[in-house]
Write a protein that binds this ligand. Sequence first.
Ligand SMILES: Cc1ncc(COP(=O)(O)O)c(C=O)c1O
Length: 390
Amino acid sequence: MTLSSRVESVPISGTLYISEIVRAMEKKGKKILRLDIGDLNFRTPDHIVRALEEAVNKGMTHYASSKGIRELREAIAQVYERRYGVDINPERNVIITPGAKFALYAVLYTVLNKGEKVLIPTPCWVSYEGIVRMCEGIPVLIKTEGEEYCITYDLLTKHYDEEVKAIIINTPNNPTGKIYTLKELREVKEFANERRIFVISDEVYDSIVFDGEHISMLDLMGLDEGCIIVNSFSKKYAMTGWRLGYIIANEDVIRSVNKVIQQSISCVPPFIQWAGYVALTSEESQEFIKSMIKELRVRRDVLDNGLRGIMNITYRRPEATFYFFVRIPYKGSSVEFSKRLLEEHSIAVVPGKFFGGYDNYIRLSFGSITVDELRIFIDKFKEAVRHLSS
Ligand SMILES: Cc1ncc(COP(=O)(O)O)c(C=O)c1O
């Protein structure tokens, strides 16, 4: 019996690959410093958990609209209207999904015909390539320029041909922690407008910002121009396991995505959506985000100060997210470096190869590690870099 070639060509998830090895080591009693996890060690705030319990008790346990409960769609539209001054119709322009990952899948499934191309500036999140392939599209990875990972009109133009249907922008970016500048985003818009291609903007880290300000693609580009926003509750409210996200797009895209939802998952559980509604609309959530950022900023600074003292590594200080993308002085591959770091020094990181082929980089996550553990990490990492690069 043979399996579909469609799935055979899909790469494995790099982050899940590492966490499976780590789990096996931890089962044997090994203590691992986990800087591989793209998750946060903050509890989902109590008021959000309570909202879920109340919704279950009230009987929100049946099928809901495939587009999502109206209260949540309205709240999302209001947030964007307030923040960016754009007109969003909750009925026609918003749909609720089980997380941003599925949102991206549903969008690309909706937008792409077999063999059409998607431009992906790199370094990029590990899953874009796989999701495009699952939708029978062709990912075109574009190495951004210089130490600042810049996107320019000219760079995008060099990779364009008639088969290109969309571009994925991720700001703030995983793994670099960079917020794309207004100039860069304007060039993306100009490039996309001239060629009439979709801009899919993944903004899941829009609230985890330490310096500067996140700019939404929606601030520059209308939904009718092909701007599609993907966002989720995972990172800002420490709700990664809840699986709740959304898409904002023009009416045609939303109508098509709605069919994908109807014929796959039917709907997102309504009690989870209700908890999302409370997360989005209550004051306590803003307090939670503030305190989470305060703690993450301390971790960012501790890591920044520590890494600065390590010879032969370079990185760009992240102004958002909870990642550092670090260039390593190692002659072999980033997968080999990461495996040796894990097996010989009990440190888990994600190889740069998985973020668009950056084989002399690793990604460090400070989302799920304490400040004390970070200090231990810095000493051990210093020693490991010396040992592995000699
Ligand atoms: C850039 C980016 N987009 C999307 C996602 C997926 O988010 P969700 O948990 O909402 O599916 C992640 C998760 O790590 C991410 O880093």
